[in-house]
Design a protein around this ligand. Structure first.
Ligand SMILES: [Zn+2]
Ligand SMILES: [Zn+2]
Length: 266
């Protein structure tokens, strides 16, 4: 039941073509592979897909070409500030990569220098920053109901690089816990995203442990995601992630199989 549905390619900021990714996934014995190019964001063209139509055409072509070897799915990782045309895709990942403050979109996860601009925009008021981030993201989750919630607590991305501002901060944790509880009311799957571990930025995935306990308690559903930007990280940290999730109390995780999200035991 091995699969990954959070995968970037040369159509956005990934290193490999969709076909190279499919071949690597077949090599790894994946049952299914899903692509999730970054949806077009008119306010930031650095990393998103500029040729969405070409991406759709190419993934659909490969879906047909490899149908006897692996299930291929066409998804998109849309940003909460610019929803995509959902009807074109098999599934959507809904992620929040920006703060919209003072008429500007400030990227959260590009690099730490950019993130410092977010901190400055909120004058390092972490509770205010967290409240702003989660209230807008959870509103999007509840109204849009993406199939998968992307890296729920992305604002903690750089927390292990400098002085911890978030994960060891009680005021922050209270706010994140309140909003993850609210997000659990949606039917969406939460991804357990190992991308930042693969990039050497963190030792833990998203969401952080305390939030995962809450998701588990509320019967939330989890899907593994490597947020892969190259063919060699398609299942990065998945075995460790399964053991970790099992420890938290999850008995099953989800995958996309025969056009449906189904669960399997871990
Ligand atoms: Zn993302
Ligand atoms: Zn991504």
């Amino acid at each position: 039941m091995l699969g990954n549905f959070h995968t970037h390619t040369t159509f956005c900021d990934g290193k490999n073509t969709p076909e190279e990714i499919i071949l690597a996934a077949i090599d790894k014995g994946f049952t299914a592979i899903g692509f999730s190019g970054h949806g077009y964001t008119e306010f930031d063209l650095r990393y998103c897909m500029k040729d969405t139509a070409g991406y759709v055409r190419e993934v659909r072509r490969l879906q047909e070409k490899y149908k006897n070897k692996i299930q291929v799915y066409l998804g998109i990782e849309e940003d909460a500030f610019q929803p995509a045309d959902r009807s074109q895709f098999d599934y959507i990942i809904g992620s929040s990569h920006y703060f919209h403050v003072n008429n500007a979109y400030l990227p959260i996860d590009s690099n730490y220098d950019y993130f410092k601009k977010c901190l400055e925009a909120f004058q390092y008021d972490i509770p205010l920053l967290a409240e702003t981030y989660y209230s807008s993201f959870v509103h999007y989750i509840q109204t849009r109901k993406p199939d998968i919630i992307g890296h729920f607590d992305l604002i903690t991305k750089f927390d292990e690089l400098d002085a911890s501002l978030f994960l060891q901060n009680d005021a922050y944790n209270k706010i994140a816990e309140k909003y993850v509880t609210a997000a659990c009311e949606s039917p969406c799957l939460f991804e357990f995203n190992t991308g930042a571990i693969a990039r050497g930025l963190r030792t833990t995935g998203y969401p952080y442990e305390n939030l995962l306990y809450i998701v588990q308690k509320h019967g939330g559903k989890i899907i593994l995601a490597s947020d892969s930007h190259s063919a060699d990280t398609l299942d990065y940290g998945f075995s460790e992630a399964k053991a970790f999730l099992k420890n938290i109390g999850f008995k099953q995780i989800y995958t996309l199989y025969n056009q449906e999200f189904i669960s399997y035991n871990i």
